[in-house]
Design a protein around this ligand. Structure first.
Ligand code: SF4
Length: 308
């Protein structure tokens, strides 16, 4: 039986589809997850949760930063869970380093004097997290219901007299092109489009980088996406989802066999793609379902595979 297509899609999934359909199929249709990738998600999630908690403390509850860091620490610990980085890991995404990054962030950008300030809901709550879910004009071939495009970003705010979507990015290295890499970023075009669907005329993104090396580096970048560009982005999105549906209908296999196989330390599915019988390797993968609404991995049952 061919695996089901996901009905709810986010930027991570679309970008994976564009880089390699086989990767998309393994990750979002068979739900196979590489064992070693969870550390990045956990570190990024813990830092994001702590920053959000400080912002709620300051912007919503009127507390100062030191007081707000107390619930932020609790949120951080909750997200971190019992994760222990692999012993041979050369990553600086450790518990202590990540928490230190949170403290340094608010020394760098104290919330009350930050040039980025959150917009507020009608009942005066700050948009310190903004989620959207928008039905698309393409029906899912199995359910007959529309595909849904979702996104969640850290803050909808005002910056330099513009309405911006803003997100913190955690990384292990900050290359020389870090500031200039956002102009064609699917994720942020999608965020601006999503905010527009909810009535906010937003064409700009503000990205703040938290680089976890021996010393923590912090940096800021912005990008502008005019309406014509967002229209181009949307056309491309629909084109890709139609292609996804067609691939699903014919149960296609489509491999990148190029840069996607080797970039960022190598694709997690390489062992499958170099194997004559990929099913033999399924047992070496964790199985978890990417939850695009909450941006987390939900564990599910292992695949039962009969290998001839
Ligand atoms: S190894 Fe290459 S072809 Fe195979 S899933 Fe990964 S990117 Fe695609």
């Amino acid at each position: 039986m061919k695996p089901s297509l996901p009905q709810v899609l986010d930027s991570t999934m679309i970008v994976d589809f564009r880089s390699c359909y086989e990767r998309f199929r393994n990750r979002y249709m068979l739900h196979l997850m590489g064992r070693d990738k969870s550390g990045d998600l956990i570190a990024g999630g813990a830092i994001a949760a702590a920053i959000e908690a400080v912002r709620i403390g300051v912007y919503q509850d009127g507390k100062d930063v030191p007081t707000s860091l107390i619930p932020a620490y609790k949120a951080f610990v909750k997200e971190w869970r019992d994760y222990i980085p692999p012993e041979n890991s050369r990553s600086f995404k450790t518990f202590g380093n990540c928490w230190s990054a949170v403290e340094q962030y608010f020394t760098w950008k104290p919330p009350l004097t930050d040039e980025l300030q959150p917009l507020r809901t009608r009942d005066n709550k700050p948009f310190v997290e903004f989620s959207f879910a928008v039905p698309l004009p393409i029906l899912h071939p199995e359910t007959g219901e529309p595909f849904i495009y979702v996104g969640r970003f850290d803050l909808l705010g005002s910056w330099m007299d513009r309405t911006v979507v803003s997100d913190e990015k955690t990384m292990s290295q900050m290359g020389s092109n870090w500031v200039s890499q956002w102009g064609l970023r699917n994720q942020f075009m999608g965020y601006c489009w999503g905010a527009q669907q909810y009535g906010y005329q937003c064409n700009d993104a503000l990205i703040r980088g938290i680089c976890l090396t021996k010393e923590i580096k912090l940096a800021e970048a912005s990008a502008n996406y005019p309406d014509w560009m967002l229209a181009r982005w949307f056309t491309q999105l629909l084109q890709d989802i139609n292609k996804m549906v067609e691939y699903w209908r014919v149960d296609a296999r489509d491999y990148n066999f190029g840069n996607a196989c080797t970039e960022y330390g190598g694709c997690a599915y390489r062992d499958l793609c170099v194997s004559r019988k990929p099913e033999v390797w399924f047992q070496h993968y964790n199985r978890a379902k990417w939850n695009p609404i909450h941006r987390r991995l939900d564990p599910i049952e292992p695949l039962e595979v009969a290998v001839a």
